[in-house]
Design a protein around this ligand. Sequence first.
Ligand code: PXP
Length: 246
Amino acid sequence: MINPITLGVNIDHVATLRQARGTRFPDPVYAAQVAEYAGADSITFHLREDRRHIQKRDALLLKQVVTTKLNLEMAVTSEMLTFGCEFRAEDVCLVPEKREELTTEGGLDVVGQLRQVRDACSRLAEVGTRVSPFIDASHEQIDAVIECGAPCIEIHTGQYADAHGDEQAALLETLNAAIAYAHGKGLQVNAGHGLNRHNVAPIAANALVSELNIGHAIIADAIFLGLEQSIRDIKRIMLEARAAAS
Ligand code: PXP
């Protein structure tokens, strides 16, 4: 039997384009609906403190129209925890956040803020939200996530995605070792960041990975192919890689 792999489509950059002009379009909520139609298994968005792309209004509208499930990426702050507990997304991915960064740069340091992450995990679990800290491929961080009681992690694939050749092969090995370790400890393992049609297959081929969250490359390809085609393509590559490895 083939272990299923699902695709979470991150729609942040539809909102990035809208915010660049302060217009009403393109609308990330409409993008979410197209994404579902094209085969997205969930819709991912990041409500950042600086509101550079997704706005609170988008989140509230997404809650009303999305029929698959929502994965809210958020920082571990008291403002976002209050919002996350009221919002009750199916999934919350806890991410580090720095105002000056272009995108989420590294994994969350769960080891360094164990008490805050544990508190966030238990408050979100109480409202029925599944929490998945976004972490680097480190056994220490995985152990800390387990201490926090989260059922799931998202492994940061950014470094792997940006690398080439031997360096990329070595980083893939590191990722696969961390994925096996986390899965062996009973965690659901998701992955994401920097994935695109050229580098996604080796990650999708790992049968221990449940879900991939992909944004920038999907929205970038959509400029040339249309959003529907862009999503159908990446999902097909993921499913083919998984089937070939099974
Ligand atoms: N997963 C997490 C936790 C992220 O923060 C992001 C970026 O918002 C992604 C996945 C998607 O990354 P990308 O846009 O590079 O596909």
